[in-house]
Design a protein around this ligand. Structure first.
Ligand code: FAD
Length: 452
């Protein structure tokens, strides 16, 4: 029986599900899968995106770990495609590659003042509080009043993490430096701005409800946002999710408030106009009041308003990054593809190159969606046997030799288990489930069993 040597680049949920699905897929050949990630630890945004106070979602890591623990997949962590390993290398050692490199950076928001000191990308803040090894350890938390731009789940995560009292985050896996940083924060008011109405938000009811459960944080809503137009009324009646969101808001509007030491304000019908600055630093946020346009959208009213804030976080979406020698769609931030088969500028399928997860579909959707994505992509990999590459050195040892010859300190599954145990024991010492190790060198040393 022939063997498919497959490289998967990106060990987030999309890459791990793709490996799992391929291993279980009906096929007429054996498979040997190598999973590469530029980070020393797997799980992508489940480890470095999902908020630490979402332990149930973080728990998906256990299911992903079960897949890796089958022992049928080799992991090469701390290997950056495009730097440590190239497309030519992959063609020499594999029959095909699936890219599942996700997205880690913020989409742009093109308004004046966005470059001011005190204006941040939500994705960078997420990476900081989730202990991503490639962002600075310190985060400037010196604003009393903060604007968060966006009306999706990430905007709510960012707002919640800014508003929540850090002691309430202690049971989670937040790294020590994050706890200390948040502890210093003088924040009193977090303002969240969305362009559309409360019945057109992109966040899910569960995430919304959670906001109202924060200890010593009042939710502030504005009556003027709740005069529903016909489209909003119809949405409440026809869409269960919108119905629940409406219910949550109604309950909050009747709640007693005014006693909490922190407030989270939700502003709807507020289109970002400008980040206002003074001496090069953020001093305010200007927005235009919008109104329903009758067909589910909004239009500007010319009513310009401003709130005093000392920091602005934009959480208007993530964006994928291009990979060397791999087709890329600059507009959408994805690998252009047809059902997971990469396509070139002429819209022709590129043999041997596949995509799955956020880099295939764009940075929307939950972890579960990456599973159906992977099914589609893998079914093409299986069917395309006649157009796979013909590697000159397909042996499993050749890749290790290559990485060793380049002096790359890669980590493997045993290394991840060591790091996992290490983090859990750090947590145990403080009565917590886990404390994340943040510096990349420490992660690598612990994984490789080297002295710190
Ligand atoms: C802030 C935030 C909160 C979220 N919260 C939730 C939630 O509560 N529930 C939920 O279901 N979903 C949530 N999601 C969505 C979920 O994280 C994504 O659906 C999912 O992670 C996408 O999976 P992926 O594998 O495509 O990408 P990713 O998870 O981004 O994984 C991509 C992997 O590729 C690696 N990689 C990138 N470039 C390279 C390279 N050049 N070489 C080698 N490796 C590379 C990365 O290091 C990473 O490990 C959240 C997302 C964000 C951003």
């Amino acid at each position: 029986m022939s063997t498919l040597r497959l490289a998967i680049v990106g060990a987030g949920p999309a890459g791990i599900y793709a490996a799992d699905i391929l291993l279980k897929h009906e096929r007429s050949f054996d498979v040997s899968i190598d999973l590469f990630d530029r980070l020393p630890a797997p799980y992508g945004l489940v480890r470095y995106g999902v908020a630490p106070d979402h332990p149930r979602i973080k728990g998906i890591i256990n299911a992903l770990r079960d897949v890796l623990d089958t022992g049928d997949i080799r992991i090469f962590g701390n290997v950056n495609f495009g730097i440590d390993i190239s497309m030519d290398d992959l063609k020499r050692h594999y029959h095909a590659v699936i890219f599942s490199t996700g997205a880690i950076r913020d989409a742009d928001l093109d308004i004046p003042g966005i470059e001011l000191e005190g204006s941040y990308g939500g994705a960078d803040f997420v990476s900081w509080y989730d202990g991503h090894p490639d962002v600075p350890r310190e985060w400037p938390l010196n604003a009393r009043e903060i604007a968060v731009i966006g009306n999706g789940n990430v905007a709510l995560d960012v707002a919640r993490m800014l508003a929540k009292h850090p002691d309430d985050l202690l049971p989670t896996e937040i790294p020590d430096n994050v706890y200390r940083g948040l502890k210093e924060s003088p924040v009193t008011d977090v303002h969240v701005f969305g362009r559309r109405g409360p019945m057109q938000v992109k966040f899910t009811p569960l995430e919304l409800r959670e906001l109202g459960e924060m200890n010593d944080v009042d939710i502030v809503l504005h009556d003027e946002d709740f005069n529903y137009d016909d489209a909003s009324k119809a949405a409440v009646e026809s869409n269960k999710q919108v119905f629940v969101i409406d219910k949550v808001f109604s309950q909050w509007r009747e709640r007693e408030s005014g006693k909490a030491s922190r407030r989270l304000h939700l502003h709807f019908f507020a289109k970002p106009v400008e980040v206002v600055g003074e001496d090069g630093r953020v001093s305010g946020f200007r927005y235009e009041r919008t109104e329903p346009d009758g067909s589910g959208g909004v239009r500007g009213t010319g009513d310009i308003r401003e709130v005093a804030v000392q920091a602005v976080y934009r959480a208007v979406g993530y964006f994928g990054s291009p990979l060397k020698d791999v087709p890329f769609d600059d507009e959408r931030g994805v690998i252009p593809n047809r059902e997971g088969r990469a396509t070139n500028a002429g819209n022709e399928v590129v043999p041997g190159v596949y995509a799955t997860g956020w880099i295939k579909r764009g940075p929307i959707g939950l972890i579960g969606h990456t599973k159906s994505d992977a099914m589609e992509t893998v079914s093409h990999v299986v069917r395309d046997q006649s157009s796979w590459w013909s590697p000159s050195e397909p042996s499993e040892s050749a890749v290790k030799d290559l990485l060793d010859s380049r002096g790359i300190k890669y980590t493997n599954l045993d290394g991840w288990r060591r790091l996992d145990e290490w983090e859990k024991s750090l947590g145990e010492q403080e009565g917590r489930e886990r404390i994340k190790v943040v510096p990349r060198d420490d992660m690598i040393a612990i994984s490789r069993g080297e002295a710190l």
